[in-house]
Design a protein around this ligand. Structure first.
Ligand SMILES: [Mn+2]
Length: 389
């Protein structure tokens, strides 16, 4: 059977041999072209995300690297890592952020690792047209953000944001820093320990401040590798390890705390109203609103308590911060529900973490609502957490 088929095909091929040699040459050329094209496609597919990221930046003159508003260590570390990849691609980077760097760990990160970034108030402040987003995938947090079309997006949050030439969004990851760390591995970066002199000739360098920042970023997004971490975070940590400066790491992880932070935590404990496994606490006036979520983090650790909301006043605004360890309490939805009748109020968040802000004047009756005092609002928050309303 086999032999017969071969014989037949030779016979069938004979008329071809008599065909115009020009046509044959054309066919051969087309075949070669197709092969080259297929090879190119394969090669392109085989390029690592890190290589594609660098390629997507190459050719740009400058780039604005935006973190999400109020950047955390993961966002700051990714911005640092991205800036250096941009430089390796011959691009001039500027790191920018909306909001503030307030939390003591974030401030310590900025100081100890010399995180160099500019604050922005609106779209006009963005350094240039070409924007890279790190640790978020849709521009937000400043007026005009919706008008920005990023060239590249590197993130681990769910969402539909894309970059015009590069998108790497991996919601399964516990941190964005593990993604950026992989780029360094893929691009064959040279690692330097804290005591080593960095050579000027390397294309891409992973030095000690960057490695320390990336490690702290992935630790802080995964609650020190105890929550939401994937094998990629452990792999990244092990790759970063030789370049880590443990003194810097310790200074960032255990920064000095302001007296107010401790006082607000103390007031949150003292003023708490406990209802079953729910605690609500009003800490009064604060000068730093960032102390409120820290007090909530502390209060939720109290034995027997699974869901907490801490509130405090600053400049006529009541700030709310909630934490839940109870699967029955969706904190973001409960807070949203609690403020729904207050004009101009905003609240929301995830199942385990939420926050909100409301104008005290509006809560007390300014605008179309009936108004309520702080005590009845506290009770309303408790009712919403219990699912009674
Ligand atoms: Mn993150």
């Amino acid at each position: 059977m086999q032999g017969l088929r071969v014989g037949q095909s030779i016979e069938d091929a004979e008329p071809l041999a008599e065909a115009d040699p020009l046509v044959l040459a054309g066919l051969a050329a087309a075949a070669v072209l197709l092969l080259v094209l297929a090879g190119w496609v394969l090669l392109r597919l085989r390029r690592t995300p890190g290589e594609r990221f660098l390629q997507s930046l190459a050719g740009l003159e400058e780039v604005a690297i935006l973190t999400h508003p109020n950047p955390d260590p993961d966002a700051m570390a990714c911005a640092m890592g991205t800036a250096r990849i941009a430089e390796a691609a011959g691009v001039d980077p500027t790191i920018q952020y909306a909001g503030q760097i307030r939390h003591q760990e974030n401030r310590a990160f900025r100081t100890v690792l010399e995180f160099d970034a500019e604050g922005i108030d609106g779209k006009a402040d963005v350094a240039c047209d070409d924007v890279v987003l790190v640790d978020h995938n849709v521009p937000r947090g400043f007026p005009g953000a919706e008008g920005i079309e990023p060239v590249a997006v590197v993130d681990h949050h769910p969402g539909n944001g894309v970059g015009t030439s590069f998108t790497d969004v991996r919601p399964e990851r516990g941190s964005c820093a593990s993604i950026v760390t992989e780029y360094y591995q893929e691009l064959g970066a040279e690692r330097y320990g804290p005591e080593e002199d960095v050579s000027e000739d390397e294309d891409l360098v992973l030095d000690s401040p960057l490695a320390t920042g990336l490690l702290f970023g992935l630790q802080s997004d995964t609650n020190r590798l105890t929550k939401g971490a994937t094998p990629a975070e452990f792999d990244a940590a092990s790759y970063l390890f030789p370049a880590i400066d443990s003194d810097s790491l310790e200074r960032i992880a255990n920064p000095e705390v302001t007296a107010e932070t401790l006082e607000v935590k103390a007031r949150a404990i003292t003023n708490r109203t406990v209802d079953g496994s729910i605690a609500v606490s009003h800490v009064g006036d604060v000068t730093d609103a960032d102390t409120i979520p820290q007090a909530a983090d502390e209060l939720v650790r109290l034995e027997g308590v699974n869901a907490v909301v801490v509130m405090g006043r600053r400049d006529g605004v009541l700030h709310l911060s909630g934490r839940s360890r109870d699967d029955r309490v969706h904190m973001g939805e409960a807070l949203e529900h609690a403020v729904e009748d207050v004009p101009m109020a905003s609240a929301g968040g995830h199942a385990r973490m939420g926050g909100g802000q409301l104008s005290i004047e509006h809560m007390e009756g300014l605008g179309p609502s009936d108004g309520m005092n702080v005590e009845s609002f506290e009770q309303r928050v408790i009712d919403c957490l219990r699912g009674d309303v």
